[in-house]
Design a protein around this ligand. Structure first.
Ligand SMILES: Cc1cc2nc3c(=O)[nH]c(=O)nc-3n(C[C@H](O)[C@H](O)[C@H](O)COP(=O)(O)OP(=O)(O)OC[C@H]3O[C@@H](n4cnc5c(N)ncnc54)[C@H](O)[C@@H]3O)c2cc1C
Length: 457
């Protein structure tokens, strides 16, 4: 069968691309081997943020005494929490199904695993399809931990943890990146004992150390055990269904469940790229240029599989740029974009552009403003004072180079800086704007005004 365009993977770029290409008059085949919506909707953003919301509700109820409100006993109904998560995931999936259906007969959705068998030719369950254009949006999957004995215990990953029907009594989380941190705090708030084993010296080790330390202080205060700078040597089954890991320093941690959040790998090992002349980089990501062109003519790749920032919003933005490329009206490329990110712990950790460590490593001249989150009036009024805020500016142009925030709703606040950066505005814009009082955003103005050049005189 021959079509105008084939899209492999119904993820965050593939789904809207398939629908828009079909709506614009092309015959399109969308191939998905699992569930429409990909990682984000089924095993990533949507379910985790839904669960984080339930976990925060439990935390707020338990700690309401600090605001003078007594709540006697707080009980988490885990099956109800899971049912709510499942219902929201289902709702998102149905929305995507409706979106795909809206494209009409020009779009065919095929269920199965796609593999390249030639130049712009794929095989799905024994059927061959050719496309003038092929778009790869196959994403990635969790990496299993590479330690001795790993086959001897049942690991949880971000897929399997979603299927738990009972709360773990003691969850051991391997990995202190954003996925590990979000699950760790969520399960602790649901009532599990939680231990995080993190190889590096800090949680979220791409952040500046003071940002990570602020999160570590919150986690410790909530009773999460942090084993930092700890390397797992071995995994072993414990008694009565328990599971354990032994560290290189000899310590052993035995829990009811182990969640591995130690990284993700691209889904290219079973895609047959070599048959189509599609080059991969050393880590298996599809190599693409500024306009998502692979080494094979007419074949493009988008989303997590190209190894850039691995976020839903990046994948979705990839789809916008690539659609314009295919339509022949490209005005932007993928390089040089302003890409904010958020870690949905509580408080949230958010960033955009350069942090202090990256600026130093790259020799970028900068001035840095810092302000504890607890200096913000709104934070004191809400008793949500944990965190810190930092912004870097170019000393010559006063343009914003980047921001690192940890604090309540930092994920919303970071967009103030992202928008200023996108607009090419200087930090003076936030100094001069009239901020409503009392808001967290007002704190961003106070932050920038800690720089002597913007101080009141
Ligand atoms: C636990 C967790 C939490 C996350 N939270 C956030 C968050 O809060 N915010 C955020 O921005 N990002 C978050 N992410 C990342 C986000 O989910 C991904 O960046 C996003 O889903 C990438 O979209 P994609 O389209 O590139 O790939 P995916 O969404 O992974 O889609 C790829 C699709 O391709 C299919 N596929 C793979 N191989 C084949 C094949 N050969 N044939 C047919 N189909 C195939 C897969 O089944 C999948 O459906 C999270 C990820 C995880 C794991």
């Amino acid at each position: 069968m021959h079509v105008d365009a084939i899209v492999i993977g119904a993820g965050q770029a593939g789904t809207p691309l398939a629908q828009r290409l079909a709506t614009s008059g092309r015959s399109v085949l969308l191939v998905e081997r699992s569930r429409v919506g990909g990682t984000c909707v089924n095993y990533g953003c949507t379910p985790t943020k839904t669960l984080v919301a339930s976990a925060r509700a439990a935390h707020v109820a338990r700690s309401a005494g600090r605001l003078g409100v007594q709540s006697e006993s707080v009980r988490v109904d885990f099956p109800a929490v899971i049912a709510r998560k499942d219902a929201i995931v289902q709702r998102w999936r149905e929305g995507l199904d409706r979106r795909l259906a809206s494209a009409g007969d020009r779009l065919s959705v095929v269920s199965g695993h796609a593999r390249f068998v030639g130049e712009r030719e794929i095989d799905v369950s024994g059927a061959q399809y050719r496309g003038d254009v092929i778009i790869i949006d196959v994403g990635g999957r969790p990496v299993p931990p590479a330690v001795e004995g790993s086959a001897s215990i049942p690991w949880l990953d971000n897929h399997r943890v979603m299927d738990l029907q009972q709360l773990p009594s003691h969850l051991v989380v391997l990995g202190g990146g954003y996925i590990g941190c979000e699950f760790a705090q969520m399960f602790r708030r649901f009532g599990s004992s939680v231990t995080i084993v993190q190889r590096g010296p800090h949680l979220l080790d791409r952040e500046d150390p003071d940002v990570s330390e602020a999160l570590e202080a919150v986690f410790r205060a909530e009773g999460i055990e942090l084993l930092l700078g700890a390397r797992v040597a071995r995994a072993f089954p414990g008694r009565a269904g328990a599971v354990g890991v032994a560290l290189e320093d000899g310590r052993e941690i035995v829990g009811s469940h182990v969640l591995a959040a130690v990284g993700r790998r691209p889904n290219t090992d079973d895609l047959g790229c070599e048959a189509a002349g599609i080059h991969l980089d050393g880590k298996g990501f599809v190599a693409v240029d500024d306009h998502y062109r692979t080494s094979a003519a007419g074949v493009y790749a988008v989303g997590d599989v190209i190894g850039g920032p691995q976020f839903t919003h990046t994948s979705w933005d990839d789809h916008r740029i690539l659609f314009d490329v295919i339509e022949g009206r490209a005005v932007r490329g993928r390089f040089g974009r302003v890409v904010p990110y958020v870690v949905f712990t509580d408080p949230q950790v958010a960033g955009v552009g350069l942090n202090e460590r990256e600026a130093r490593a790259r020799g970028v001249r900068h001035e840095v403003a810092k302000l504890p989150f607890g200096n913000v009036a709104r934070a004191i009024e809400l008793d949500e004072t944990a965190g810190t805020m930092k912004v870097l500016i170019d000393p010559d142009t006063e343009r914003i180079l980047g921001a690192s925030l940890i604090g309540l709703e930092a994920g919303e606040l970071v967009h103030v800086f992202a928008a200023l950066m996108q607009a090419g505005a200087t930090a003076r814009a936030i100094v001069d704007v009239e901020c409503a009082h009392p808001t967290f955003a007002e704190g961003l103005q106070s932050l920038v005004m800690t720089l002597p050049r913007f101080a009141l005189r």
